[in-house]
Ligand binder design. Structure first.
Ligand SMILES: Nc1ncnc2c1ncn2[C@@H]1O[C@H](COP(=O)(O)OP(=O)(O)OP(=O)(O)O)[C@@H](O)[C@H]1O
Ligand SMILES: [Mg+2]
Length: 317
């Protein structure tokens, strides 16, 4: 069984590094394996619609590709669904949750929104249709690092602070799922630069005490290696630099070549640092030079991500 065959895949990482893009790519890979997959997010701005050439995702699951559904919930929608789950009946729910005073009270409980979003992800892992799981895999595009940590810690906080009851029962079930590597995979997304590398380490240090161990690190947006050491391209660039400075076109070509080489060297440096300090196999994912990623780009990234999640570690970028 590979990481693509887990029931729940948590996609974690610093803001802006490409969590949503990697989550979409992972989900597409799961669906291609024949797994009925739900791509789950709670983002104000949906990218998944564009990534699959479909309308933006809404709180209701919509088909994005064969075998792949996406939904974009909001704290209010998630809380409503979670409330309905515990209370079972719409009438009771309306009486309690739709009450003006209760509404204000609920809004004031710290972490409740986050708990509803996490709880809803878990709920989808348990949904059944005619005795079979509705979703083989739920891919959760989690919020940015610090926020994810707060969200993942909630079941632990509940168990420490809330008296035994339905809330603690669910929290315990959720905790068991999150720390079961046979059912849950934690994938860290980062970029091979100083700050994201540091944050990937901190994120790992934050989840490990919960018993959640990262299974892979996807090092996204790696610059291409246009000037490998000893290659003709590297020799030409070296000769241009030695003969410079140049004006005009030759000057521009030399400067841009040197920039691309420096960018790659920086990425290689931090890739090695990430591989050495985060205790999970690291895989490079290339930077695709586009104004906006299109469905065929996602398919391409998806095949690379599939390899990263189904094969053992690569040690060099
Ligand atoms: N490998 C890649 N090549 C080129 N562009 C990429 C790549 N990965 C992500 N991007 C682009 O980088 C931007 C940020 O990606 P994305 O939205 O996936 O990040 P995020 O971590 O989910 O951000 P946020 O913290 O805002 O949710 C997007 O424009 C996305 O299309
Ligand atoms: Mg995102």
């Amino acid at each position: 069984m590979t990481l693509l065959d887990r029931r729940l895949i948590l996609v974690l990482g610093k803001g802006g590094v490409g969590r949503s893009t990697m989550a979409a790519s992972i989900a597409a890979a799961c669906a291609r394996r024949g797994r009925r997959t739900l791509l789950y997010q709670a983002n104000a701005n949906d990218r998944f619609g564009d990534y699959f050439g479909r309308p933006a995702c809404t709180p209701e699951p919509a088909e994005l590709a064969p075998g792949l559904w996406g939904l974009n919930t909001s704290p209010a929608a998630a809380l409503r669904e979670y409330g309905l789950m515990i209370l079972r009946f719409q009438k009771v729910y309306d009486m309690i949750f739709e009450n003006r005073v209760t509404k204000a009270f609920l809004r004031a409980i710290p972490g409740l929104d986050d708990y509803a979003i996490l709880g809803k992800a878990w709920f989808h892992t348990t949904e059944e249709k005619r005795g079979r799981p509705l979703w083989d895999t739920v891919v959760f595009d989690m919020p940015a690092s610090g926020h994810s940590l707060t969200m993942l810690r909630i079941p632990w906080v509940i168990l420490e602070t809330v008296p035994e009851g339905p809330l603690t029962r669910d929290a315990r079930t959720l905790q068991t799922l999150l720390r079961d590597p046979a059912r849950t995979a934690a994938i860290i997304v980062t970029i091979a630069e100083e700050m994201p590398a540091t944050e990937a380490r901190e994120l790992t240090a934050g989840i490990e005490p919960l018993g959640i161990h990262p299974q892979r690190v996807l090092v996204n947006q790696m610059a291409a290696d246009h000037f490998p050491a000893g290659s003709p391209a590297a020799r030409v660039l070296g000769a241009l630099e030695a003969g410079g400075p140049h004006d005009g076109l030759l000057g521009a070509v030399t400067t841009h070549g040197a920039m691309a080489r420096a960018r790659r060297a920086l990425n290689e440096h931090y890739f090695a640092e990430i591989a050495a300090t985060v205790p999970a196999p690291a895989f490079p994912i290339p930077y695709l030079s586009r104004t906006a990623l299109r469905p065929d780009d996602i398919q391409h990234l998806s095949s690379l991500v599939a390899r990263a999640l189904t094969t053992p570690a690569l040690t060099t970028p």
